[in-house]
Design a protein around this ligand. Sequence first.
Ligand code: GLA
Length: 682
Amino acid sequence: MSYAAPKDLVGLAFGGDYNPEQWPEEVWHEDVALMREAGVNLVSLGIFSWARLEPREGVFDFGWLDRLMDLLHAGGIRVDLGTPTVVPPAWFYRAHPDALPVSREGVRYAFGSRGAICHSSPAYQEAAARVTRALGERYGQHPALAMWHVHNEYGVPVLECYCDTSAVAFRRWLAERHGTLEALNAAWGTSFWGQTYGDWEEITPPRATPTVCNPAQRLDFARFASDSALANFLRERELLRELSPGVPVTTNFMVSPTQCDTIDYWRWGREVDLVTNDHYLVAEESRNHVNLSMAADLSRAVGGGRPWLLLEHSTSAVNWQPRGIAKAPGEMIRNSLAHVARGSEGAMFFQWRASRFGAEKFHSAMVPHAGTDSRIWREVCELGAHLAALAPLRGTRTVADAAVVFDWQSWWAQRLEWRPSEDLDTRERAEAFYAALFDRHLTVDFLPPDAENLADHPLVVVPALYLATAEAGRNLARYVEGGGTLLVSYFSGIVDENDAVHPGPHPGALRDVLGLVVEEFQPLRATQRVRLAPAPGTAAAGQERPELVGDVWAETVLTAGAETVWRYADGPAAGGPAVTRHRHGAGTAWYLSTRLDAGQLDAVLAAAAADAGLAPRTTLPRDVEVVRREGDAGRFLFALNHTATDAKVPLPGAGTELLTGERAEGALAVPGGGVRVVHLDD
Ligand code: GLA
């Protein structure tokens, strides 16, 4: 996959969502002047403008947008132009009330918010194509146009629609996936509870049922929902490619599992010219920079490692969390540059100017209600200067130390009802392992289970992969056979793509590579803990392994080739293996059969990392983040100090610190809360 940058954009991108239709035209001129003052070079325009652009069906009003595009162009500001297809106008819903989506319980949502779309509605598809075509024809060659921003955050606030139109589309999708009704019956295991279908017309979306609905049906419906939105994206993309060749087409993702859980981003990432992502901190989390880094690494991953662009984050508080906690001084700049460190080609915000009305008037902005005599505005201008100074690193790629396997479809399957414990949580495991890797200062590439490039990473961690196809299992086994180090956590490799248990004992897809059998799951009671004692003689001399404490889950494990590294000291699997290590081919596969928190995970990770030859960077404080970007433009080292105390970061050579312009060599001083970026000498 090649990397497409916004057309004719100089340097890194800096700007935000611009919603000028909320303001009188006089303000537009002030906006452009202020954008220039801050160094803004790109704005996302028109995302919610359908009602203004097409006030009546088929009648377009482009005058205001013509003036804006020209004004921005004259000001040297490039435009990421939205197709407004996330907000069909009131007249559309009046004519097509059945384009409003229906919930699983059968409630039809109403107009008056945004994102109320049945992605299978032919009326919606036709209207979306009409407004997209009109925009493409009008602005496809406009000199201000840098990129197309299709729709807004597919997947939220609602993706799945359970209406009758969706039922028809679901049947079509199923026929394509399964071919015949017999194959569908087999895949869904409909011989269970007498669910066999004799005619396609009998199949419905998995609407509210008296008790648990067929999990394979629900999993296919989740796939269908992601695919049906994707089809709408592709329809718009194709129109824009035809009318506006050479201009990249994107749609803003929300790859963080904390923020969107309905889109299969592995599939979507292949379809955009440039991955763009929106990320919002969970303000009340004390170490929310870790989740930020995870979102940034996922953004890079879904684009196959290419640079990407942070299209939205906040200058300070958001208005949709329980408390709108303001960012501390310097935090916004640190957040922005943390995304850049992990591959973003700039930093954009929601939104340019704080709204006076509507649902988001208490959301922070680049121009806050307080105006320009404000801390936020001063920091916005400072960030603009920093991004200009970082322009030389454009096009370079983030360098990773280890890989983490994550899969949206597996997550969807695992969280369905009637699993062995309601405490099983794919997202929690992914975040915990990510945090443990972050704490060891290991930069992560996320990969899908069928990735061809596992072998590029000395250590591959699989935090929770309940659904693993037989082929994915073989892929992971091949990686180990070739010399890799694999670390797999519990309840992985259990079912196939239809949520059917793999034949033989658990974990069917991973049994051989792990060299063990899970005879019985031993879920723990809500407050129960289990102690893990290191097995004697498995650690290298001088490397004592600590005792550990697990919760949530344990297993009766029988080794079949693997050695036991930690044993359960108590609990339902007392005396049995808790953590194992298996030499397989030229590599090693580790297995962890209980839940350890991020701190406790470190001991297991350290042992696996040692097998992988990854040396610990123990001299750095936990919350001093060091990330590298490299490429034709050179080698760049980011040091982000998330603590309040000044830190020293060892440099691998001499270079120029780009934010201060000073020479740097030996130990780089990074002030508490600050960021330094060194362009290393060749
Ligand atoms: C999302 C949306 C924006 C805005 C922000 C607020 O990312 O795309 O339109 O609602 O959230 O945080």
